[in-house]
Each structure stands twice: as structure tokens, then as C-alpha cells.
Design a binder for this molecule. Structure first.
Ligand code: TEU
Length: 560
């Protein structure tokens, strides 16, 4: 199956490549002609599929995840003609494109929502409108229930034109659609068909396990999103997914990957087991939260054995996985699980083990079972941002959190420490193409600051260096593509402690063994497993031959 064997490359358009062709020349936003100009790099990397984060018309309250027209392109990014050219140019290079499908909510500037503000409009039921509650002693109408939102804020907004509240699980500019209305569901099918006909090969489906709100009753008290039990993975949600599959998706050669928030293995099986015909695979969050609490906002100690446990659960628990370590909502993985944050120079020069840990993590990812997703910049080991204060951030979620923590009197320095580690802007700084001004991303003023380490970490210099992170990714992508064992083999954990992990991939009579060291110290492999290391060494992050000891941040792949 092509979508199991190809590597997917995620593009977050506004941070990828600015061209001088769109809107005002060099407006500081990446755009579609910019993507076209870099297709050869993606081809050379070996990725066969692009996941394109939203390029649709949008007022950008949540960077395009608030869509005001699903059939049009945000002028910042170009035109529909540019988009058609992108499909054609990608196709020429054998690259398929999947679109981002954001259908839990629209923008409040979408025509449907504007019309729905009139209680008599046929569009009223496209969204979730409810009267407020009159509470004795309170002057203003109170929201219909006690739910709290994903961006650490309110979930109901009062609309004076209507005299009622509307539900928004994310920003107030992202009203939730009503999946109890079959007319609205038909509109979504039309959107799917439109993009499949244009040339899309599938969809990444935004927060797709929370689209159906079974009831609007009060939620159980919770520190994170309160009310979740009324809309996460509901029967109605499964039915809508089955309908999309039956009426539209199964008629095309395409696949879907669902972004499924707060998903557990039980829900995940229901959503993605092939015989149920809902999603083809999904993104879970567990692995990125092994060193986080309160969803992912508060850091805690990393332990390799915890990470291996979580991975084993998902590797063995699902027929097929979507494997990712980064996306536009996450910290950079070399900063999160790797060594990038230690030993940095004041001018951004990364520490000694930045590069090796980036390769070790690549080795980890490329030896897991599932479809692999890498995020722009991951292949050169881009790191978290180096901003100094909250004002430099753009992310709505970070600002929401900051406000909430302030309300709870959490001191400023602690707020900043937590936001710095979790902010979605970590993954959103512009791609570092070369060492010219703004890292070759734009000749204008970038919409979000470029990390000052671009002189040390950039595409152009890594292309020339045979031992770079980029060239390691290229080798791993190619090797993975040629190996049925690494794609389809069974996953078997062997050993882990707080610093290292060892696992195997087994397929017919071939076995791969992987050992990884997530620490600044050398790590001796327990004697009991020494025999595993007699196999043929395919790759190591350090480039050294591994015998019985792993160097700091090293990883090794062996075949027997
Ligand atoms: O993300 C869903 C989502 O819930 C997380 O990104 C969220 O911000 C975080 O996990 C809270 O812990 C998707 C998109 O990927 C994101 O960019 C959008 O902002 C969001 O949906 C709304 O469309």
C-alpha cells in the first residue's frame, strides 16, 4: 500500500518559503510558489507525500485552522491557479499531496456562520446555538454549560444579534459545526469531493474524534478541557466517519490520518481498525507526553523506559500507526527528547550533542512500524525558538495559557518557563534554508522570528556535508523504503532503563535490533543482550561501530 510505505513531509506554509511572487513581494509569509520552488528538495529527501497545513481562505485567528472559505486560497499564500500548479508540479515528481481537513469548526467569518446568526436562517442549525442561563444574583446571561476550551479559555460566546450563545471548543473565532445536522454533513462531503477531484490524495483530519457533541450537559470537574466526555469518540462521531468513507473516500485512491486528541488505545482501535472503515490511521499524543503533565503544559523528568512502554503499547496495539515526533503544534524533537538545549552558545551555536541526538531520534523514528510523518525543519535538526518574552509569541494557545495561569497567580518566571517549553511557536519559526539574512526564508520581515542559530543550522550547509543530519535523514528514508521488515515487521521491546532502550523488529527470517541512548553519559549494554550486537551494523548516530557500549546520545541499527 503506497501510503504505508512512503514518508510524509508536513509543510506549514506560512513558515516554509516566502517567494516574491505573492501578494506584496516578500511579505514575510511563506506561500505556494515558495513551496513549488522547493519541491526538488522534498523529492531529494525521499518523501513521497506532502501534508499541507491549511492554505484556505482564513482570517488567521488560528493560523489558517479557522477557515472562511474551503473552496478558495488565502491570498497570502497565492491563488487557486497556484494551488493547481502545485498539484501538477508535485505529480511530475511522483509526490502526492494530502490536504488539512478542518471541519470541527469554521471561522466565524465563514458565510454559513454569518448567516446562522439569524435565528430564522436555514444555516442556524449548522452550528450549536443555545440560550444562556439566568442565574439569580448575576446580571448577565451565563453560558449554557460549564465546559472549558482547548485554548485554556471559554467555550461559549454570546452573540447579541441572536440573543444566544454559540459553542466554540477552540478560539471564539472558531465556532463548532453541528454534526447532528445531515445537511451540514453533506456540505462537508462536497468539500472532500472538491479537493479529491482537484488532485488531493487524502486528508489529515483536524481534531476528528471530537466533532459530534452527543449532549451539552455540564462536564465533570477537570483541570484540562472540561466537558470532554460529552463529545470525545462518540457513537455519532464513528457514524459520520463511516459515512465519509462510504459516500466519498472509498471511491478514490486516497487515505486519511486523523488527529485524535486525548485518544486512548480503546478509542483508537474503534477509529482506525481497517474493518470498521473509519480512519486509515491516527495521530496519538501519549509518546510526546511522557515527560509532560496537565496535557503537555508542565514538564516532568524524561525516562527512556517510560517512552518504550508507551511506544510498545501503540506499536503492538494497533494494526497500523501514524508515527510523528514533530508538527506545527509541538516543540522541536531535538529540544524535547534530544540534547539541543544544553551547551548552546549565546549566539545560538548548538551544543556538542545536538547533531548526534538528532540522528539518534531519526534512527528511532525510522525503525518504528507505521507511516512516518516528518515536519519541515526536522530533517535539519531545527531547535526550539530562542524568544525572550511572551510578547514575541504569536500562538493563540500560549497567550490563552498565560492569561489563565496569571488568574491562578502563577509567577511570571514560571509561566514563561512552562510556555517556553510547550508553546506551539517552537515548531513554527521559519525554515532555515541558508546563512543569508532571515535564513533565506524571506527578503521581507518574517511573520515570526527566525531562530538565531540559523547560521549553524541550515539546509544549504547540511546539503554539502555528507555527515549532516539532513544526509542522515536521506539515508534513513531510503533504507526504510527498501525494507519490508522495517515497514511491516513486528515490534518487540527488549530492554529499557531510564536512559536507554533496546527493541527489535522482526519480519519473516530477518531481525533488526535498535539500541538508543537518551543521555549525556556512556551506557553499557547489559551483558544478557550483548549477543544481539553481533549482527551487521546498518547505521549509528555517531558513525562509530558499537560493541558493548553506547556513546552519549548514540543510537545503532543492526540486522541479523
Ligand atoms: O490541534 C488540536 C489540539 O487540540 C492541539 O493542538 C492543542 O493546541 C494542544 O494539543 C492542546 O494541548 C489542531 C491543530 O493541529 C491546531 O493547530 C489547531 O489550532 C487546532 O486543531 C484547532 O483547529
Amino acid at each position: 500500500m503506497w501510503w504505508k510505505e512512503e514518508t510524509v513531509y508536513q509543510i506549514y506554509p506560512r513558515s516554509f518559503q516566502d517567494s516574491s511572487a505573492v501578494k506584496s513581494p516578500n511579505d514575510g509569509f511563506g506561500d505556494i510558489p515558495g513551496i513549488i520552488s522547493r519541491l526538488d528538495e522534498i523529492k531529494a529527501l525521499g518523501a513521497g507525500i506532502i501534508w499541507l497545513s491549511p492554505v484556505y481562505k482564513s482570517p488567521d485567528a488560528d493560523n489558517g485552522y479557522d477557515i472562511s472559505d474551503y473552496y478558495d486560497i488565502n491570498p497570502k499564500f497565492g491563488t487557486m491557479a497556484d494551488m493547481e500548479k502545485l498539484f501538477a508540479e508535485a505529480k511530475k515528481r511522483g509526490i502526492k499531496i494530502i490536504m488539512d481537513l478542518v471541519i470541527n469548526h469554521t471561522s466565524d467569518e465563514h458565510e454559513w456562520f454569518q448567516k446562522s446568526r439569524d435565528p430564522k436562517s436555514p444555516y442556524r442549525d449548522y452550528y450549536i446555538w443555545r440560550p444562556g442561563k439566568q442565574i439569580p444574583g448575576k446580571k448577565n446571561m451565563q453560558p449554557p454549560n460549564n465546559w472549558t476550551g482547548f485554548f485554556a479559555g471559554e467555550t461559549w460566546e454570546f452573540d447579541s444579534a441572536s440573543g444566544e450563545f454559540y459553542l466554540h471548543l477552540f478560539d471564539k473565532k472558531q465556532p463548532d459545526l453541528n454534526y447532528k445536522n445531515p445537511k451540514m454533513t453533506e456540505e462537508v462531503k462536497k468539500i472532500l469531493r472538491f479537493w479529491l477531484e482537484k488532485g488531493a490524495s487524502g486528508f489529515r483530519c483536524d481534531v476528528i474524534n471530537i466533532i459530534y457533541k452527543t449532549s451539552l450537559d455540564d462536564g465533570k470537574k477537570s483541570l484540562t478541557v472540561q466537558g470532554l466526555e460529552h463529545y470525545k469518540s462518540q457513537e455519532g462521531n464513528h457514524n459520520v466517519l463511516k459515512e465519509f468513507r462510504r459516500d466519498v473516500l472509498d471511491k478514490y485512491d486516497c487515505f486519511t490520518v486523523g488527529e485524535t486528541v486525548f485518544v486512548d488505545l480503546h478509542d483508537a482501535k474503534l477509529l482506525s481498525n481497517e474493518d470498521r472503515k473509519e480512519l486509515n490511521m491516527l495521530f496519538f499524543f501519549d509518546h510526546l507526553e511522557v515527560d509532560r503533565r496537565v496535557a503537555r503544559f508542565v514538564p516532568k523528568k524524561f525516562r527512556a523506559n517510560k517512552l518504550l512502554d508507551v511506544m510498545t503499547k501503540w506499536q503492538q496495539g494497533l494494526d497500523w500507526n501514524a508515527i510523528y515526533f514533530e508538527n506545527h503544534d509541538q516543540s522541536r524533537i531535538v529540544s524535547h527528547f534530544g540534547a539541543a538545549e544544553k551547551g548552546k552558545n549565546a549566539d545560538g551555536k548548538p551544543g556538542l550533542y545536538w547533531e548526534r541526538s538528532a540522528k539518534m531520534i531519526a534512527l528511532f523514528q525510522f525503525t518504528l512500524r507505521g507511516t512516518l510523518f516528518i515536519y519541515q525543519g526536522q530533517e535539519i535538526g531545527m531547535t526550539n525558538f530562542d524568544f525572550k518574552k511572551i510578547e514575541e509569541l504569536n500562538d493563540v494557545e500560549s497567550h490563552g495559557l498565560n492569561k489563565l495561569m496569571k488568574k491562578f497567580c502563577i509567577p511570571k518566571s514560571l509561566r514563561w518557563k512552562w510556555i517556553k517549553a510547550s508553546s506551539r511557536d517552537n515548531g513554527r519559526t521559519p525554515v532555515q534554508w541558508d546563512d543569508s539574512e532571515n535564513a533565506g526564508f524571506t527578503k521581507g520581515k518574517p511573520w515570526l522570528g527566525v531562530n538565531k542559530n540559523y547560521k549553524y543550522i541550515n539546509y544549504a550547509s547540511q546539503k554539502k556535508d555528507g555527515n549532516s543530519v539532513l544526509n542522515f535523514y536521506k539515508k534513513m528514508i531510503a533504507f526504510r523504503k527498501s525494507s519490508k521488515s522495517l515497514i511491516y515487521g513486528d515490534f518487540q521491546p527488549v530492554y529499557a532503563d531510564s536512559r536507554i532502550m533496546i527493541y527489535k523488529r522482526i519480519y519473516k527470517n530477518e531481525t533488526f535490533t535498535v539500541a538508543l541512548n537518551f543521555s549525556f553519559g556512556k551506557a553499557r549494554i547489559p551483558k544478557k543482550y550483548a549477543g544481539l550486537f553481533n549482527g551487521e551494523q546498518i547505521a549509528s548516530a555517531s558513525g562509530e561501530k558499537v560493541k558493548d557500549t553506547l556513546l552519549p546520545w548514540d543510537g545503532v541499527l543492526l540486522r541479523s
